[in-house]
Design a protein around this ligand. Structure first.
Ligand SMILES: [Zn+2]
Length: 52
């Protein structure tokens, strides 16, 4: 699999991979990482929230 979080692949995503992070609330940040939240829901989060 190629680098799905980099370059042109992002442009195929809704809003080109950008949006508001549901965890930290930062707007127009790239949401590149899928995380499972505490309630079991999956959410795309920014890289700052990936590790947290
Ligand atoms: Zn975040």
């Amino acid at each position: 699999m190629s680098k799905s979080n980099r370059g042109k692949a992002l442009w195929k995503l809704p809003s080109r991979g950008k949006g508001t992070c549901p965890v930290c609330g930062t707007t127009r940040i790239k949401l590149l990482y899928t995380r499972t939240l505490e309630d079991g829901a999956k959410a795309k989060v920014c890289k700052r929230c990936r590790a947290a």
